[in-house]
Design a protein around this ligand. Structure first.
Ligand code: AHG
Length: 343
């Protein structure tokens, strides 16, 4: 079969009425920026891209209070620069910036809001483990010319598009417009993303889970119960053995799930209770939830569907349970049952 490029796919999606010309351009621009991030990431130690941003005396810290890696800063700049001038955006927001970034006055403005985590899993950069970019697209409310935080605070159900790129052994883009989830692999010789899987389906059942087990003693009772049952394997109530994987790059863990099924959990625990969770709703949880749901999986906070939450902050954090439907539903059921006082 003839390979289908991302551009060709976007034209087909336009013809099908799933996207308009501006959203198509936005995705092209983001994909092009991600190719540049892939190049920077692949250079490794030879490209002076490893290690921390800033100087040893004045380390660069982002809005989350996290020390920034050089590649966090480089990736953020690549995405900002690429998206500034095309006329497809009203504004954008990033994990690395406290406030939304306005489009410079000299460029035309569009009707879309773009949010991104420019380099997810940055603790893995220096050890040559897969990292990635996650993004989410919303419509800018009518009549708004200088979008503020409140204009970004739309539930995940309002997303027009979501995607991630994994910079791994291959560079892979996974994308949804709400009409299935599709995968594109970067053909380095040709320089273009090429459709590698259309309408991905995540199996309902799985025997593989991803969680940071070192937080176990801090988890709430329903999580202790649920993971305890998985660990008990054939000798426990589930009657089957489960395997565990944890890359610590959400993009890589989610990509495994959209490839062969599985579940990913970052639950609330006593250490992070105050901040509401670990992962950020606007540019991590919501786009991943959209992608996973469009592939037939489920995505909850352990209590509620992620995409139905009304966000209250640009950098708000939430617990994340996502992947194979039956497992996510069971883990969520245990939490709801405990909340109802039945446990
Ligand atoms: P960051 O992009 O700030 O490095 O965050 C990574 C996220 C996510 O990708 C991953 O699943 C999780 O944090 C890892 O958390 P632990 O360090 O607790 O394992």
């Amino acid at each position: 079969m003839k390979p289908i490029s991302l551009i060709q796919f976007l034209i087909e999606e336009r013809r099908a009425g799933h996207i308009n010309a501006e959203l198509s351009l936005l995705i092209e621009v983001v994909a092009r920026a991600c190719k540049r991030i892939a190049v920077a990431t692949n250079k490794g130690a030879l490209g002076d891209v490893l290690g921390m941003a800033g100087s040893p005396d004045a380390q660069s810290i982002n809005v989350q209070g996290e020390a920034q890696k050089k590649l966090d800063v480089i990736s953020n700049e690549i995405l900002l620069e690429a998206n500034a001038w095309g006329g497809h955006l009203a504004a954008c927001a990033s994990e690395e910036m406290e406030d939304p970034q306005q489009i410079p006055d000299m460029y035309p403005k569009g009707n879309h809001l773009l949010m991104f985590d420019p380099l997810d899993g940055s603790s893995n950069i220096d050890v040559n483990i897969s990292v990635g970019t996650i993004f989410s697209v919303l419509r800018c409310p009518d009549g708004v010319t200088a979008p503020r935080v409140e204009h970004f605070l739309q539930p995940g159900t309002e997303q027009l598009a979501a995607g991630y790129v994994v910079y791994g052994p291959a560079t892979v883009l996974v994308l949804t417009f709400g009409h299935g989830t599709h995968e594109f692999t970067l053909d380095r010789e040709v320089g273009s993303f090429t459709l590698s899987r259309r309408n991905i389906r995540i199996p309902d059942e799985t025997t593989e889970f991803a969680i940071n087990m070192s937080n176990q003693r801090h988890w709430q009772a329903p999580m202790q119960r649920y993971i305890g049952e998985l660990l008990a394997g054939t000798t426990g109530p589930r009657g089957k053995d489960f395997n565990m994987r944890w890359v610590a790059s959400m993009v890589a863990d989610v990509h495994r799930i959209v490839t062969r099924g599985g579940v990913f959990y970052y639950p609330l625990d006593a250490k992070i209770e105050q901040q509401g969770g670990k992962l950020r709703i606007m540019y991590e949880a919501n786009p991943m939830a959209f992608i996973v749901e469009q592939a037939g999986g489920a995505a909850t906070t352990g209590r509620r569907r992620i995409m139905e939450l009304q966000p209250t902050g640009l950098h708000q954090r939430v617990p994340v349970f996502l992947g194979s439907k039956k497992e996510v539903e069971l883990a969520t059921h245990y939490h709801q049952e405990a909340d109802d006082g039945r446990l």
